[in-house]
Write a protein that binds this ligand. Sequence first.
Ligand code: ADP
Ligand code: MG
Length: 328
Amino acid sequence: MTAEIRPLGEFELIERYFARGARGARSDVIAGIGDDAAILRLPPDVDLVAAVDTLVAGRHFPPQSGARSIGHRALAVNLSDIAAMGATPAWATLALTMPSADGAWLAEFSTGLTQLAQAHGVALVGGDTTAGPLTISVQILGTVERGGALRRAGGQAGDILAVTGTLGDAGAGLRLSMGRLASPACAATRELVGRFEYPTPRVEFGRAARGIASAAMDLSDGLVGDLPKLASASGLAARVDVARLPLSPALLALVPEAQARELALAAGDDYELLVAVAPRRFDELAESARQLNLTVAAIGELLPGRGVTWTLAGRPFAVPANGYDHFR
Ligand code: ADP
Ligand code: MG
């Protein structure tokens, strides 16, 4: 790639960094980048599932973040919302506001976004490009069998609450990269920073959980903030045993267990899925996860009533306030 001497024009920029990689990605894109709006052909008997999430520099990621990570995360957080609905992602649009048209930055940003889009069969079908403080909005569109989406409200009393993967890693990774946690140069540090910079949206698991789980949501803000939303949407209370939170070996290698639990509860940015599942179907869900090389850990249950109770070794546990060490 040649060095940019003059600033890129808007048309050239869109063509080079976004349109080229998107063309031909899906046959259901009747009109993609280049017209005034995209035309997308829906198959019969599906519901359209739509979500949008915005990342603001200095608020949702450190200002010094690499462009490839920013591109990846901008799509990943949206794919995670689609995953939580048990839906299949299909199309995305991108509203990109940036201080200047820096070719090297754009090349990295579009690589991060495009690689993840391709991995999930998602076509970038349009967007908007403006000058201003770095802000990225991605809108994602997906489909799900008519009436079949997973909802937060579907939880039943007696359901097991379970989470995919491990919690707290991304929060630790963010704090390591910002110098808020001592960061030895080791594999554990790299792994945790990677979990913040390149989260893995659980799209395949969400799709598998549809028809097994009764409710789902993705964990973006931390369990302490997110779980009450699922419980109250389901009209139920929840109980969580903090000792059962899945913590990674990398996290436990770098921080004491108590701190690992705090990060798992309140740091956010994990993009794992929280699901409610009938006890008799838990093994089936765990097997679906296993086939995807993913673990699913039972952490508690839904009960009649209201509110969330946190326990550790049978005693009430005082959870950290959500976003306690948050620079959001
Ligand atoms: P309009 O003025 O009609 O909104 P633009 O000239 O802004 O169109 O954009 C031209 C085309 O490029 C449109 O199809 C638009 O969706 C697309 N586009 C603009 N910015 C982006 C972007 N950052 N990523 C993807 N597509 C974009
Ligand atoms: Mg127009």
